[in-house]
Design a protein around this ligand. Structure first.
Ligand code: PHE
Length: 328
């Protein structure tokens, strides 16, 4: 009778391991058509006296059954969590899946390499604005009004007379304006010219160099740049300083290096522009050219990277093709 339910349920529940099985057991006894429900329904046929006696017994047995089921439910849950935790244990001895690392862009690598060399020579690094005024980009650098570099073709003009700097040389003026000699700086950054083919992109990178002090000579310029070339390209590289013209240096030169192409034949490659700071530039920043002389140089980072790595089209640098980038 009523006393048989609890032992029976306790016995059966031992065999139960899943939530589903437990739900079935619950409905087997406590469901609408469950055995215990059927039993409790049968008391309506009893006398009032008997009902009063049986009622509390039935209630307490029902509570007990519910408790047993609830306990079992928590046990099943707990076991499931334990199982999951033990399965998810991290085996630190397993080899990792491997992380896809990116790499530093070849132009950044080359730029950092150049900067490093000049840092070792004792130069300091300064960066300047890409949006410039006509004054800094041209006027103060002794680039006269009718100079070809001012053509609409070459320069991107902005509103209010501003422009995108066409070279890093305006930094010469900015640095000298704000400091007294001695000055020994380099200035890397983006420059812009309205030009596009296999060796030109509308945006490219330059590094400017400027050294101003007492008794700076063209010999110093040659010494610094020759040492730079030998460190950057490695080893014994022949150089030649070919007379050239820049409005802001006098005398001016272009530096060529002797370079072997893929077939092994030697050619002269132009790598940078340089010269002694033109006294007119000193005038525009208020330096006395009786007291000081200066050397300046400017090089294209893309150009140096193309020579060093044998890259034939400048546009590779900007296409973000992993097959290209992964080679560096
Ligand atoms: N600014 C020049 C150019 O862009 C390079 C240069 C810099 C030449 C400094 C001489 C001195 O071509």
């Amino acid at each position: 009778m009523i006393n048989e339910f609890l032992p029976k349920i306790k016995e059966e529940i031992l065999q139960i391991h899943t939530e589903n099985e437990l739900m079935n057991l619950k409905s087997k006894y406590l469901g609408k058509k469950g055995e215990f429900t059927a039993f409790t329904n049968s008391i309506k046929d009893l006398s009032i006296e008997e009902k009063k006696k049986q009622g509390p017994v039935i209630n307490s047995v029902k509570k007990e059954i519910e408790l047993i089921i609830a306990d079992k439910f928590s046990e099943i849950k707990r076991l499931a969590i334990d199982k999951k935790l033990s399965e998810e244990k991290i085996d630190v001895s397993l080899p990792s899946k491997g992380v896809g690392y990116g790499s530093i862009h070849p132009l950044s690598q080359v730029s950092e390499e150049i900067v490093d060399i000049f840092l070792k020579f004792g130069f300091e690094v300064f960066e300047g604005p890409e949006i410039e005024s006509d004054h800094y980009n041209f006027e103060a650098l002794n680039i006269p009004r009718d100079h070809p570099a001012r053509d609409m073709q070459d320069t991107f003009y902005l509103e209010k007379g501003e422009l995108l700097r066409t070279h890093t040389s305006p930094m010469q003026v900015r640095i000298m304006e704000a400091n007294e000699p001695p000055i020994k700086i380099i200035s890397p950054g983006k420059v812009y010219r309205c030009d596009s083919d296999v060796t030109h992109t509308p945006m490219f990178h330059q590094i400017e160099g400027l050294l101003v002090d007492k008794n700076v000579t063209f010999g110093n310029l040659k010494g610094i740049l020759n040492e730079f070339i030998s460190r950057f390209f490695g080893g014994d590289i022949k150089t030649r300083f070919r007379p050239s013209y820049f409005p802001f240096t006098e005398p001016s030169a272009e530096l060529d290096i002797e370079w072997k192409d893929k077939s092994g034949s030697k050619t002269w490659m132009e790598v940078l522009g340089c010269g002694m700071v033109n006294p007119k530039v000193f005038d525009s920043v208020g330096y006395s050219s009786d007291d000081f002389t200066g050397l300046a140089f400017g090089m294209g980072i893309e150009r140096l990277a193309m020579i060093k790595f044998g890259i034939t089209d400048i546009r590779y640098f900007y296409q973000n093709d992993l097959k290209f980038l992964k080679q560096f």
